[in-house]
Ligand binder design. Structure first.
Ligand code: GLY
Ligand code: MN
Ligand code: MN
Length: 440
């Protein structure tokens, strides 16, 4: 894909600066201060939680494990980074500032968090300060002004070339790990062992992964965000649904694959969802309303339900009666980037006005019209969820369902296939499928 020279972080910073200049001017601020965040501890204990850096901080510098740092930016001036490197012999302090990003910053190493004040502007009343409340340093209290946030969030939906390269690399890392997980499934490993095989191949553990791995065997594949991992393998390995990502320089991949045991009906379901998914990923192009694409997903998946004889109705009627939502109860996808569910999905414009979700689709996370530079996930699925099927059984359309087939397929849980797609002016770039192809 990328035969050209690598993208430069300095060009990315220029893109961030330009967006920030516009936001500060429009909202009437002279300076931007961004706190990386504070290390948090468990209640009445000295055990730290995993540190999660302020995503706005990570937009400027690829430093995800660096609490108590601050960026100060005044348009027209080189951004200043207060780089916290404590004298600490209990923990390994951050290394000296190093990497391509250093050239774009005036880096000042600080030994104590309060020293960051030395880089703050004199007139804090003219500063937008982005961070959590606990980052406050004296009268430098985060105000996170909404007119600034809306504009930066919108800007973050349009990725720079440097960001797209990070996301390509994240997909490659995750694809390698998905292949290892598939091997562990075929070797009849437990959910936990599949997770460990994934982490080993990704070279990342819980601290680095962008979200907790979802590893569901058999019926567990029906739990959308299944949060456990059985330590013992089941008696039979019918299916695996694994939703797991990877991160590179703070940018996420978010990938789901589903595998079966060769059962013909489940294989037909896998093939059907895969076909629909590929068509949707190919349709992620500038000018496409993501709400329409989500409704297209319902129409496509309804076609699968009808073709496989699971619901004896036309695809149109399956959508019309909302039966499709019993099998596909989540949104088609979301923006992806510094956060797995990245910001800006509902913004109509810089005013912060939002675009409503289609009625009856409360879990859709993106209602915008796609633009070149967006990265979205495309993640349709068909699941057999007791709670939702009970509602169908008690409803007016129970007679249209082939309950025998549903019962058979329910033992496999469900299918989700999720790719990360870069919207371009030409054909979409499927970061995920490209990554799997590069492995082959
Ligand atoms: N991994 C969470 C999601 O797909 O949205
Ligand atoms: Mn996702
Ligand atoms: Mn996912």
């Amino acid at each position: 894909m990328s035969s050209t020279a690598p993208a430069r972080h300095a060009d990315h910073v220029a893109h961030v600066r330009a967006a920030t200049d516009r936001a500060l001017a429009a909202a009437g601020f002279d300076h931007l201060l961004i706190a990386s965040g504070r290390q948090k501890y468990q209640f009445l204990d000295d055990r730290p939680y995993d540190f999660a850096a302020n995503p706005h901080f990570k937009w400027w510098v690829p430093l995800g494990a660096h609490p108590d740092c601050w960026i100060r930016y005044t348009p027209g001036e080189k951004p200043v980074l207060a780089y916290h490197q404590p004298a600490d012999y209990w923990h390994l302090p951050p290394s000296d500032p190093e990497g391509e990003w250093v050239e774009s910053f005036d880096v000042r190493v600080i030994r104590d968090p309060a020293e960051a004040r030395k880089v703050f502007p004199a007139n804090l009343a003219r500063a937008a300060i982005l961070g959590e409340a606990d980052a406050a340093l004296g009268d430098a209290v985060p105000n996170s002004p909404e007119p600034i946030l809306h504009r930066l969030h919108l800007a973050r939906t349009r990725k720079s070339a440097w960001e797209i390269e990070r996301m390509r690399a994240a997909s490659r890392r995750a694809a390698r790990a998905h292949r290892a997980a598939a091997g562990a499934f075929r070797a009849h490993a437990s959910e936990h062992a599949i997770h460990l095989a994934y982490c080993e191949a990704a070279g990342q553990g819980e601290r680095e992964l962008p979200y907790g791995n979802i590893v569901g065997l058999n019926e567990h594949a029906a739990v959308l965000h299944y949060q456990h991992q059985d330590r013992d393998p089941p008696a039979e390995h019918r299916s695996l649904l694994i939703d797991a990502g990877a991160s590179v320089d703070g940018y996420a991949a978010d990938i789901t694959r589903t595998f079966g045991n060769g059962d013909p009906e489940f294989t037909a379901l896998l093939d059907g969802v895969n076909r629909v998914q590929m068509a949707l990923a190919d349709a992620a192009r500038p000018g496409v309303d993501f709400r329409e694409l989500h409704l297209d997903a319902h129409r496509g998946l309804a076609g699968v339900l009808a073709d496989l004889g699971l619901v004896r109705m036309s695809p149109e009627a399956i959508v019309e009666t909302r039966l499709s939502s019993a099998f596909f109860p989540h949104g088609l996808g979301h923006f992806l980037g510094l956060q797995v569910h990245d910001v800006g999905g509902f913004l109509a414009d810089e005013s912060g006005a939002t675009i409503p979700k289609p009625e009856g689709h409360p879990f859709l996370r993106c209602t915008r019209t796609l633009e070149a530079g967006n990265v979205v996930t495309i993640e349709p699925g068909i699941y057999f969820i007791d709670l939702l099927l009970d509602g169908v059984r008690a409803g007016p359309h129970a007679g249209a369902i082939d309950w025998r087939r549903i019962e058979h397929l329910a033992r496999f849980g469900g299918v989700r296939i999720e790719d990360d797609v870069h919207v371009t002016d030409g054909a979409p770039e499927n970061l995920t499928r490209d990554a799997f192809r590069a492995l082959a």
